[in-house]
Design a protein around this ligand. Sequence first.
Ligand SMILES: [Mg+2]
Length: 295
Amino acid sequence: MSRAAILVREVARASDEAGDGRRRAGGVGARVDALLAPLRAEPDASAVLCDIDGTLAPIVLDPEEAAVPDDARAVLRDLARRYALVACITGRRALEARRIVGIEEIVYSGNHGLEYLPTGAAEPELDPAVAEGARRARDFVLGLDAEDVSAAQLRLESKGPIQALHWREAADQRAARDAARRIARQAETAGLVPHRGRKVLEIRPVAGIDKGTAVARLLDEAPVELGMFGGDDRGDLDAFTVLRSRVDAGRLRHVACIGVASDEAPPELGEAADAVVDGPSGFLEVLRALATAGD
Ligand SMILES: [Mg+2]
């Protein structure tokens, strides 16, 4: 073999090894990799939890068009086979969440925990304590001045027990936001619970429902000692808080709170997260890192 051929072969092997290194780390930086390593080492004692919109699925103008990329779907399927619990926690309805993510092998907690859809179940279980409040939330939005709502270009979405007003598509964002603010105050006066998200105001039936309570319920039902949560929005911080409080209480040994950055991310996300990755493509690398074999 000529010297040139040997050199070519050595360069090829070196770049293969570099490639392996990147795959082992799943394309994430050393900090994120170190946060994930304990979970990867004990998948049968670990929970992989995440938000959907802005985390698994890129944000799109029309929420109906949101989609989880095939790559992410395949990795989630792989994780579901090996990890004790894989779940998506979302503000969307649970069945809609499963349609968007597109796999039955994982658990869905919809409507910020009001709905719980176990693996393969036909229908979600509903929290029975919220029926009366849900009726009041629906009556409240039906009672809003329709002209005001349409002038501000707020789009109403009924999510069963929660009512949502969206303004992502509104031409005048400030006018829409101001109108949403006024409606939030009215909702509060009416004894309901307004909650702001990314270009959306939700009117919730009762307080004390958030992604934190959703995560708490999921953890209560799974024999896990380590957990990860990935999210891009204010509501996801409640999940971080619950995970950390379980470490403080000695109920979990290790958690990783991963923020998913975007132009619209609230400033608190970076402060609250253990590490921040860049958009859904960065979060896909986190999932890939979890899917590689344990160290
Ligand atoms: Mg989100």
